[in-house]
Design a protein around this ligand. Structure first.
Ligand SMILES: [Zn+2]
Ligand SMILES: [Zn+2]
Length: 286
């Protein structure tokens, strides 16, 4: 499999000259499998990915699969700007088939969650005007399904409203995705994270906060971010060691962490584990 990051930012896009190295787009991860392209989340990184797919012309597959972790804005906001959904085919049989698997943050009806952000209050084009053939699949956490020979396992992870963690297995290789994930209290095990992440080749893990931001600091007056649904690079290393993962990729960077800060954090964490920070354009092949 080959993983490419199109968006590694959490919460809200962060454009600007101090954000060019890691990128400002929100979560979108492309995974090339033996069954074609699977896209994790449709944050604003989905816009440039959509343009790339269109530039491939006839050589690109007409079938696209999205796995949506949850429907907070930063994970679906790029969808109305993902141009392949508007590409009309002269032959209806050639219309793009876009399958969207996931779970709405309210627990059900993924289609409605996507339609809501395209309501005319927020967006000029309604979902019914999309040319592609959209198919939504509400996933019950814990259920498994297949995309061709690729097996997908899911688990409900700790995040406000819940989030799906994914385990993608293809030809004996495993990629685990745990973004928008908050680790349990010290000393507690997380069986759901274990289920998707055990013996993974790559664990993609939420690292939005520094330890100081997460815990809060009485000296600086910074309030704690506990309960906000995100984790830290340090907790990522602990999880990766515990799960016997081969490589840890930290993502969902805080919009207030600029390139300089993220580069320093990455240097520190690389000393502790085979790891890196996700950045736009990063490609990892396993
Ligand atoms: Zn998020
Ligand atoms: Zn979220």
């Amino acid at each position: 499999m080959k993983v490419k990051f199109w968006g590694a930012r959490g919460s809200i896009p962060s454009p600007g000259p101090n954000y060019t190295k890691f990128g400002g787009n929100t979560t979108c991860i492309e995974v090339l499998t033996s069954e074609g392209r699977i896209i994790i989340d449709a944050g604003t990184g989905a816009r440039p990915l959509g343009d790339e797919i269109l530039s491939e012309g006839d050589s690109s597959s007409r079938n696209i699969n999205f796995l949506i972790t949850h429907t907070h804005w930063d994970h679906i906001q790029g969808f109305p700007f993902f141009q392949p959904i508007f590409e009309s085919a002269s032959d209806p049989k050639k219309a793009r088939k876009i399958s969207i698997y996931g779970r709405a943050s309210t627990g059900s009806d993924l289609r409605q969650a996507f339609a809501n952000q395209m309501n005319n209050t927020y967006f000029p084009v309604l979902m019914r005007n999309i040319a592609a053939n959209l198919k939504f699949h509400d996933i019950e956490p814990g259920n498994s399904f297949n995309i061709g020979k690729v097996q997908i396992k899911t688990a409900l992870l700790n995040h406000p409203g819940g989030v799906l963690g994914y385990r993608i297995e293809d030809n004996g290789k495993v990629i685990a995705i745990a973004t928008d994930y908050e680790h349990p209290e010290d000393g507690q095990k997380d069986e759901n994270l274990e289920y998707i992440g055990r013996d993974s080749d790559i664990l993609i893990y939420d690292a939005q906060y520094t330890c100081n931001e997460y815990n809060g600091s009485p000296e600086t007056g910074e309030s704690s971010k506990k309960g906000f649904g995100h984790s830290t690079p340090s907790k990522g290393v602990e999880a990766a060691k515990e799960l016997n993962t081969k490589m840890l990729v930290l993502t969902h960077h805080s919009p207030s962490h600029d390139d300089k800060m993220l580069a320093a954090m990455e240097t520190n964490i690389k000393k502790r584990f085979n790891s890196c920070f996700a950045k736009e354009g990063l490609v990892i092949e396993i």
